[in-house]
Design a protein around this ligand. Sequence first.
Ligand SMILES: [Fe+2]
Length: 310
Amino acid sequence: MAVLGVVSVTLEVPELEPGIKFYTDAGLVAAASGGGVAKFCCKGQERPSVVLIGGAPHKRLHHISLRAADLEGIRAAVAPHGGKAVDAPEGFDQTGLWVEDAHGMLIHLEERPAEPTPEPAEPLTLNLPGRRVRVGRSAMLPRHRYERASPLRLGHVLVFTPDVHESVAFMTGALGMGLADRAQDVIAFTCARRNSDHHVVAFAKSPGVGFHHASFEVSGPDEVGRGGSELLEKTGKGGWGFGRHTIGSNFFYYIQDPWGSWFEYYADIDYIEDHSLWTPTNYAMEDSLANWGPGVPSDFVHNYEVRGAA
Ligand SMILES: [Fe+2]
């Protein structure tokens, strides 16, 4: 039994229109929508990475979808690890396996092929001390020569949980994932056991379940910075970046969505080819958010899905 990657996140939201503007401004492609649902794909992909269901009283995580193998093995392991297999919600994909973890977070597990690997990006040529490799040409083009950011793939989601340790135990024990790293009992990162980004599903401590962010890979650090600053100009509120994480090493830029959760552009995340050869680290809290970057917004880890949450 094993989770192989993340497919999508589905949110209930009050109104679709602000979400359609936000996600298309972020560079996702609006897929066929209707019936109070809006779906957003990365360019060139057929399956949506983000699904919004309108008409809710406030934003709420509905479920995350993960690509997995051996669903029957997962089904057998769910109850012993504090979760339960459940029926597919009405109106949702009846195939695959639907489970809830010990905190009631709904997860859809799908046996499906991976999306095609993005075309290899041009390697960065950095002029470093004693090493001049980009000679006779500029690294940067005038601003107008760049197209807007275009997310290549959904890499990971971060969700809130009342108990990080329990959530990790479920993901590793029942879903066959691996603990990549953590910071005390406050935040933890799980990955697929083979050929995985450093994290696929991450957890942050909060009084309740909720959606924190979905993170999309772009072509490199410049697109992280450019895409983030341009999206921030459009939304006019709530940004954190440009910076670099300690845990996972990725460059990041987060933009706040219309409901207080976040959208991340990332590049250059650590890669875990074989989790059995990786040693998870328990980091100090000073390393839990960023290695460097601007000040963290005061509500960056606020769970708006729990009334009165810290
Ligand atoms: Fe992230």
